[in-house]
Every structure is written in structure tokens, then in C-alpha cells.
Design a protein around this ligand. Structure first.
Ligand code: 0WK
Ligand code: 0WK
Ligand code: BGC
Ligand code: BGC
Length: 890
């Protein structure tokens, strides 16, 4: 019997071996070949007292199959009521066909509900299925292999939830309806059951028919899953420890004999520890002893020779003689003493082996927490642990001896794993309900292809109305003629000042154009800020500030008092009747300076220059940033006939056939039209796509009712839409655990740049949390970060799709105006949102491709800004002037 006794050294060594097996199972590369599978369970937390409701639970895989009704009283009452019924699983069903097994389970469920008079109640169900399963989510679990006494066919490799659903549906809904919300392992159920009473409980242990353990592992160590924040319960399936030969040195010939005769191969560790096998080990030893004439006077009996006839539960019982006589043996007192000794040794080895693996778990948790002294609780269940006092005593004792520095408590589960299953179901049910509500809200921000086609159609309609003299006033798209009729021809030359006002930064540029060789433009610029008080003060203050910046720039360039032609990129809707005049129709974005709307901004600028008297501006061309961008890109790509801005604001211009530009005389050639598409929707064209979050943003914007399309797309507003969705989620308890972080109510706090950061694929969840922390949204969880990222993605996706639908209308217009079957055109594009957002441009281009398949569109990102374009336009105008050509437009 000596070979069954393990020295402390050996036990310590086995513990270290098991720890290595755990690492193999957790590691992505070695998991496929690991025998200790370390299976993710998708259970992220132990009960937090908010669980409540009525749940059904099935407990399959232990010595009893139970159907239970569990009532969890919430709001901190921590009270649970349970009713259960034990049903038999006949051996022919445990080893028959899988469909028969699950039909039997469904029958028992129906019987239970019948008895409870609850057949017509649709209840969520938690399914404790105590076998090794690969889970992909809480309600999907593929059986890896049967263990213990089960061997039903057609189940391994299958999702046991679908098999159960099928058996239930087979009975027809008229019978009863069940919503299987969660499938868990009995170790997980046991941990949750004990966790309900003891918040330190983070390990679940079963030593019963089979044996196994689970524990709360840090996500960063679970390489099979993304995310490294928080914890998840891992089902170790330690029964299989040794299946790769790791325990060969301690396995005896008796162990090998038992394994050879067992129903399911493998599970070497379980076969040395659990209740299904301890008795069998004793029997095989007694048979060996008898055959070697060391016991029972060398006699064996059919009873003794029959597998499974020496049940584990027998061991403890004083009446060994009664048991042996039950096997038709005629034991002497010596025989009884020897039998008890064999039982003692087998049970002791089992307890010590269990302690070895348990200590490996304890050390893993202690190291994860970097804790000096670990305080933890092990929730435990199973007939061996419960009914074999010697076993549990030896196990506790050996654990304390191996890890004296850990304060470990064993908490016996009083209610079985189903209470825990109900907890998991309650959490899952609450999560599922919350998820459904989150998706319902997010669905209001998701646009279908049909809706996008409708946006495109309505945009096309408004374009025609805006171009037509008759309907121009009624259109939300002003289709403003820009008096830019062609792109540079390379003969332009000279020094030009350029101003770039209206984007996220104000720039003053000196642009030196050398004629002849193309693309020889030299630029110097300086960025100035436009303080809020000037953006929202008086026009005089604003333009005086602009002139101050120009003067500072000329100083900085050593060109004090210079008089240069100037290209003025003024990124707001302006009515132009010629190139050097721009009547501001209305401010947009963050600007609100008084006394400007309805005024010619060229005059306002010249007025301010005159007042300052430090330099003179000879000629000023005013262009929209979309036009400047088109020109800048057109200088390198002559196919560039569209200018797109997706930045603080959004807008587009394109080269339209003169005969369609009814507001301007003449039908020859083309002219660039500034669509001011930001205003699309002001006549209600977008009302059926607008959500309450958009309403909120519009209501609190500088210009309620204005720029509706812009407010669903551009950088100034996306962050605000996200913030409003997050407030709604928080108010509904769907985010930040319903705790309303005051900071979230601060308008403008969620800048759009955060969307771009949060949606970047490279950003780990913890970095999202640090952004939330930075925003003062402290105490957010990993789930919160995931959700915030999802909200950002939905809002930016809608913006990109809306932009793509609008662009599809524009390029289709060009194609149709030119009666082309296929159009290939380049779009010059600029703007921080387009440039910095990780997915905006690709989603916009996908949408465009889908909605305008007859247009090949190339996107040319502007690297030099629209100031260069403005200077080029000014240069062309000046060239035409030198040639004495009328410079109203070119
Ligand atoms: C009771 C639990 C059940 C688990 C069983 C294990 O409710 O989920 O499977 O303990 O112990 P056994 O019945 O195999 O001895
Ligand atoms: C850079 C251009 C400028 C334009 C801006 C728009 O040079 O004219 O207004 O892009 O992008 P935003 O700065 O608003 O993101
Ligand atoms: C199964 C485990 C289960 C354990 C205890 C083992 O045979 O593989 O999933 O937790 O028995 O019931
Ligand atoms: C303005 C446009 C400008 C766009 C991009 C909008 O708010 O109305 O003129 O092109 O922003 O900057």
C-alpha cells in the first residue's frame, strides 16, 4: 500500500506541476494541447445583491438530477427560496442517445412545472451541466467529452443548450415555454451559491461523483479572450490532470487497471480522487490482496469481482464487516481492519491530491492579487466532501499545511449549485434585459440601406431645388455659386497671403507660387487661436483680431507693411455675386459674432485693415474651405472636382455645369457650387431619421433648427450625441451601474476627439477607462468601457453613412449632368474628423460605393489645407486681371 502514500514533497511537487498545467491552459498557444483546459465560463462577477426574480434551474451531472424553482428576493434582502424535485436518470438513458437524454430532461421539467401549476409561466432557466464544456457565451456551451457515468451518443461536440431547447420545443410551446439564459458548471454554481453569503468566495470545489474546481481569474491572464480588465470565472476541469502523463510517476497499476475498466477514458486525476472511483480503487486492491492470499483467505466472490460493487460511500461506515458480507465475503476481524486501512489510504491520497491542486489555485489567486496574505473562501459541495468527514478534514489540514500564509475558509454549500445557477441566470437575465434595452436605444441610431437611399434621394431633390431659380429659396441646400470656374493652369505666380478661418484653427499663410513647373508652391503659415469672446463677440472685434494676426504674421515673416493679394478661406455660408465678395448668410459651428450676418465679409476685413493701418490688402478673393480644399487637391490631381470637409463642420462643393447653375448667367463650362449641405434637413428632410439625442443636441446648439445634417455628422456635435446617449443609458441603469456621474451632464465635455481615440482598434479597454477617468467619469467598469466604445461606434458609423449617402447624391448628379454611364472623379477632402477618426473614411467610402456604383471616386486627402487653394484661386484671379480680363469670376 506504500505506493498510495504521498510524501509532502511529492504533494508539493504535484501542486507545482498542476500550476504549470494551469498556465498551459490559460496561454493561447499551448491551450489546444493542454489537458487542464481552463475553460472560460463568461461569469464575470459573484452576486452583488441586486439579483432578483423567479428562475428555473436544472442540476445535471451529480449523483442526483434536480429540477428547481428559485425565488431570489432582490434589493439587498439577500433572501432565496427554493423548491426542488429529484428525478432519476436511468442508466440506459445516461448511456443511450443524446436526444433521449434531453427529452428525458424536458419531461422532468414538464412534470415539475405541472406539479407546480406553472406550465403557462415563461421563466428564465439556469442549467447546471456538470461536464467539460467549451463555452462561447453564457447560453452556448459545447460538450467536450462525457465523464463520470454518462456516455450518451450524439452530444459530444454539440451545444447542449440547443439540444435542450430542441427537446423542449419538441414538446410544443403549448406545453411550456422556457428561456434558457445560462449554462454553468456545478463548480461555478457552487461558488455563486456560497458567494451569495460570503463575498470572499472566489473558488468553487466539487468532490462528489466527479471532482473539479473553478476560480475567479484576472482577464489579462485569460489569453483565449480579448480584454484585460476585471475577472472571469475559469472552470479548470482538473479531472483531466495527468491525461498527458504528468502523474505517471504516482499512478499505480491499480489506477491503470481502474482506468482500463472505466466507461470514459482519461480524467486520471478524477479517477484518483472522486467518489465514483475511490470505492472501485479499494475493491481492486482487495481483489489483488485476496488473490495474493493476503486477505479473505485468498477467496474472491462474484460480488467482490464486480466493478462498482464497492461504493465510495461505504468506506466511512463502521460496519465494514456488514459491507464485506454484502459482497458474499466471510471476513475475519483482520480482514475488516485491513479493509478500513485500505479505505483510509485511498481517501487520504485523494484528499492530499485534491489539496495539491487546490493550493495551486490559491497561489495563482494570491499572485494575481500580489497579496501578502490571501483571505479567501472556497465554496464546496459533493457527496465525498460532505459525507466523508475524514476526507474533508484531511483536505483542510493539508491545504493549511501547504499554504500557512493564506487564510482559507471552506464554506459548505447548503443549497446545491442551483441557487448559484439562479444567481448567474439572474445576472445574465438582467444583463440580457439591459443589453436588449441598450440595443433598442442604439437601433434608433442605426440606418438601413433603404433609409440611406432615401437620404440620397432627398439630397438629390434638394440639390435640384437649390440650383433652380424658381425653387432656390425653398431649398435647404443653398447651392451657392462660388465664381470659381476652373482649376489653375500653371501660369500663376507670385506671393499671396491666405487666411483660413472657420475650421478648428485659424491660420495665416504666405503662399509663394512659381509659374511653369507644376506643383511649385512654397508655403509658410502660423496658427492663431480665435478666443471664444471674439467668436461670440462683435464682428468688429473678430475682424480686428484677424487683422492683428495678419500684422503679427507679416512681422514674423519680416514683411511688415507688405501689400499682397489675399485669399480668404471663410468657412461659412456666403452668398457671392463675384469672387471678391461674400455676404455671410448665417454663422455656423461655434461662431456668433454680431453685425456680420448679411454683411460682405471682404468689406468687414478691409474695414478692419484700414482701421489698423499697418498694411494694405490689394485684392481679396473669398472662398469656402470646401472650394479651397478642391483647389489645393486639384493642383496635384486634375480630376479633382469635388471638395469635401468633414471637420468641426461639414460641407461639400463640386464643379456643376453652368447651364444648371440658374442663379448665374451663362451656360458655358462649369462653376464650382458650394452646396452648404450642412443645412440639409432644415425643411424636415431628416426628421424621420432624427433621434431624441439629435433633438437634444439641436435644442442646446447655437442655432436650433439649423444645420441639421451637420449636427448628425460633424465633429462639433458627435461627442454631444454620444454624451446624450450615455446620459440616457446611465439614467436607465444601463451604464456606470446607474450611478449618474455629474460630470457627464457638462455640455461639450465629451469632445469628438475622444470618439476617435476610443474607437481606435489599438486602444485597450483600460485606456478607454483612463479617458473616462480623465472626463471625471470615475468608477467605470470594463463593461462600461465596452459599452461607451459601442455607443461611439454607432454614432460615428451613422455620421459616416449619412455623409456617404450625401456624397453619392453629389457624384451621381455630376455623372447624370454629364450623361456619363460611368464617372471617375477625385474628391479633395479635409477636416479633423475625416483625417483622425479610425473608421469614418472607410465606412463613408463603403456607403458611397454601395449607393453610387457607377461612380469611381478617388479620395485625395489635402495635406496643405485650403489656404493653398485660396491662394491659387487668388493667383488665377490676379493672372486674369493682369490680362485685363474681367475678374468677377474665373
Ligand atoms: C450538488 C450540486 C451539484 C453537483 C453535486 C456534486 O448541486 O450541482 O453536481 O453536488 O456532488 P455529487 O452529487 O456528484 O456527489
Ligand atoms: C483644414 C482646412 C480648413 C478647414 C478645416 C476643416 O485648411 O480650411 O476649415 O480643414 O477641418 P476642421 O479644422 O474643422 O476639422
Ligand atoms: C466534470 C466536471 C464537474 C465535476 C464535478 C467532472 O467529471 O468533468 O465538469 O464539475 O465532474 O461534478
Ligand atoms: C459651414 C461651411 C463649411 C463647413 C466646414 C459649415 O458649418 O457652413 O461653410 O464649409 O462648416 O467647415
Amino acid at each position: 500500500m506504500h505506493q498510495f502514500q504521498l510524501s509532502d514533497q511529492t504533494i508539493m511537487d504535484i501542486s507545482l506541476r498542476f500550476r504549470r498545467e494551469m498556465d498551459k491552459g490559460l496561454c493561447r498557444d499551448t491551450n489546444p494541447t493542454a489537458v487542464v483546459k481552463m475553460l472560460p465560463t463568461y461569469v464575470h462577477s459573484t452576486p452583488d445583491g441586486t439579483e432578483q426574480g423567479e428562475f428555473l434551474a436544472l442540476d445535471l451531472g451529480g449523483s442526483n438530477f434536480r429540477v428547481l424553482l428559485v425565488r431570489v428576493m432582490g434589493n439587498g434582502e439577500q433572501k432565496v427560496e427554493m423548491e426542488n424535485q429529484i428525478y432519476d436518470i436511468p442508466e440506459h438513458i445516461m448511456r443511450g442517445s443524446g436526444s433521449k437524454l434531453f427529452d428525458h430532461v424536458a419531461d422532468c421539467l414538464a412534470n415539475f412545472l405541472e406539479k407546480k401549476g406553472m406550465k403557462n409561466k415563461k421563466l428564465p432557466l439556469g442549467f447546471t451541466f456538470s461536464f467539460p464544456c467549451q463555452q462561447t457565451k453564457l447560453d452556448e456551451s459545447f460538450l467536450l467529452s462525457w465523464t463520470k457515468g454518462f456516455k450518451s451518443s450524439g452530444v459530444e461536440g454539440k451545444d447542449v443548450v440547443s439540444l435542450l431547447r430542441k427537446s423542449i420545443e419538441k414538446r410544443g410551446v403549448i406545453d411550456f415555454e422556457i428561456d434558457i439564459v445560462a449554462v454553468i458548471n456545478d463548480t461555478v454554481g457552487t461558488m455563486m451559491t456560497c458567494g451569495f453569503d460570503d463575498r470572499f468566495c472566489e473558488i468553487g470545489l466539487i468532490v462528489g461523483t466527479g471532482t473539479n474546481a473553478c476560480y475567479m481569474e484576472h482577464m489579462r491572464n485569460i489569453e483565449l479572450l480579448d480584454g484585460d480588465e476585471g475577472r472571469m470565472c475559469i472552470n479548470t476541469e482538473w479531472g483531466a490532470f495527468g491525461d498527458d502523463g504528468a502523474l505517471e510517476d504516482i499512478r499505480t497499476e491499480i489506477d491503470r487497471e481502474l482506468d482500463a475498466g472505466s466507461l470514459n477514458s482519461g480524467n486520471q486525476f478524477e479517477k484518483m480522487v472522486s467518489g465514483m472511483y475511490q470505492g472501485e480503487l479499494v475493491r481492486l486492491i482487495l481483489v489483488k490482496m485476496a488473490r495474493e492470499h493476503l486477505m479473505f483467505k485468498g477467496k474472491t466472490t462474484p460480488g467482490l469481482l464486480t466493478t462498482g460493487h464497492f461504493l465510495t460511500k461505504e468506506e466511512g461506515l463502521a460496519s465494514t464487516e456488514k459491507v464485506l458480507r454484502g459482497l458474499d465475503l466471510d471476513p475475519t476481524a483482520e480482514d475488516c481492519k485491513a479493509t478500513r486501512r485500505v479505505c483510509h489510504i485511498i481517501s487520504k491520497r485523494a484528499a492530499h491530491l485534491c489539496a495539491a491542486t487546490l493550493v495551486a489555485l490559491l497561489r495563482q489567486i494570491r499572485d494575481n492579487k500580489a497579496a501578502e496574505k490571501l483571505r479567501t473562501t472556497i465554496g464546496v459541495d459533493g457527496s465525498v466532501y460532505k459525507n466523508h468527514n475524514a476526507f474533508s478534514r484531511r483536505l483542510n489540514k493539508m491545504v493549511r499545511r501547504l499554504v500557512p500564509d493564506c487564510d482559507v475558509r471552506f464554506l459548505l454549500s447548503q443549497h446545491g449549485s442551483s441557487k448559484g445557477a439562479a444567481m448567474v441566470t439572474a445576472v445574465a437575465f438582467r444583463f440580457a434585459a439591459q443589453q436588449a434595452e441598450r440595443q433598442r436605444i442604439l437601433d434608433t441610431l442605426r440606418l438601413s440601406r433603404q433609409q440611406l437611399l432615401e437620404v440620397k434621394r432627398r439630397m438629390s431633390e434638394q440639390m435640384l431645388r437649390g440650383l433652380s431659380k424658381q425653387t432656390h429659396e425653398q431649398s435647404s441646400l443653398k447651392m451657392l455659386p462660388t465664381y470659381v470656374r476652373s482649376t489653375p493652369d500653371g501660369t500663376e505666380h507670385g506671393d499671396f497671403l491666405a487666411l483660413d478661418l472657420g475650421g478648428s484653427s485659424f491660420r495665416v499663410l504666405l503662399v509663394r507660387i512659381e509659374s511653369g513647373e507644376r506643383n511649385n508652391v512654397d508655403m509658410h503659415h502660423k496658427i492663431y487661436s480665435i478666443p471664444q469672446e471674439f467668436m461670440q463677440g462683435t464682428g468688429d472685434e473678430l475682424f480686428s483680431h484677424i487683422v492683428t494676426c495678419i500684422a503679427d504674421f507679416l512681422e514674423y515673416m519680416g514683411m511688415r507693411g507688405a501689400s499682397l493679394p489675399l485669399g480668404f478661406t471663410f468657412s461659412f455660408p456666403c452668398h457671392q455675386s463675384k469672387l471678391d465678395e461674400g455676404i455671410l448668410l448665417q454663422w455656423t459651428k461655434g461662431f456668433k459674432a454680431s453685425g456680420c450676418e448679411g454683411q460682405d465679409v471682404v468689406t468687414l476685413l478691409k474695414e478692419a485693415t484700414r482701421c489698423k493701418g499697418e498694411f494694405d490688402l490689394s485684392f481679396v478673393a473669398v472662398v469656402n474651405d470646401t472650394v479651397g480644399t478642391m483647389m489645393t487637391c486639384g493642383y496635384e490631381d486634375c480630376q479633382c472636382e469635388v471638395g469635401l470637409i468633414v471637420g468641426t463642420g461639414t460641407n461639400i462643393c463640386y464643379m456643376e455645369e453652368m447651364q444648371n447653375v440658374e442663379l448665374v448667367e451663362g451656360d458655358d463650362g462649369r462653376m464650382c457650387v458650394n452646396m452648404e449641405w450642412g443645412a440639409f434637413g432644415e425643411n424636415g428632410e431628416l426628421d424621420d431619421f432624427c433621434t431624441k439625442f439629435d433633438q437634444e443636441v439641436d435644442e442646446f446648439s447655437n442655432y436650433p433648427g439649423k444645420q441639421r445634417y451637420e449636427k448628425m455628422i460633424s465633429g462639433m456635435y458627435l461627442g454631444e450625441i454620444v454624451r446624450n446617449v450615455l446620459i440616457e443609458f446611465t439614467a436607465k441603469g444601463l451604464l456606470f451601474r446607474g450611478k449618474d456621474p455629474e460630470r457627464l451632464r457638462t455640455r461639450g465635455i465629451f469632445e469628438t476627439k475622444f470618439l476617435s481615440q476610443i474607437e481606435s482598434d489599438r486602444l485597450a479597454m483600460r485606456q478607454i477607462r483612463s479617458i473616462l477617468q480623465h472626463l471625471g467619469l470615475t468608477g467605470s467598469t470594463c463593461d462600461d468601457s465596452v459599452l461607451v466604445k459601442e455607443v461611439c461606434a454607432v454614432v460615428s458609423r451613422r455620421a459616416a453613412q449619412l455623409c456617404g449617402a450625401g456624397l453619392a447624391a453629389v457624384v451621381e448628379k455630376i455623372r447624370q449632368s454629364r450623361n456619363l454611364n460611368q464617372l471617375s472623379v477625385t474628391v479633395g477632402v479635409d477636416g479633423t474628423l475625416y483625417k483622425r477618426h479610425p473608421h469614418f473614411s472607410s465606412i463613408m467610402q463603403e456607403t458611397l460605393q454601395d449607393l453610387a456604383p457607377q461612380c469611381q471616386v478617388t479620395f485625395h486627402k489635402s495635406e496643405d489645407g485650403s489656404g493653398k487653394g485660396a491662394a491659387l484661386i487668388t493667383a488665377v484671379a490676379c493672372r486674369m486681371d493682369r490680362c485685363g480680363q474681367y475678374r468677377a469670376s474665373f
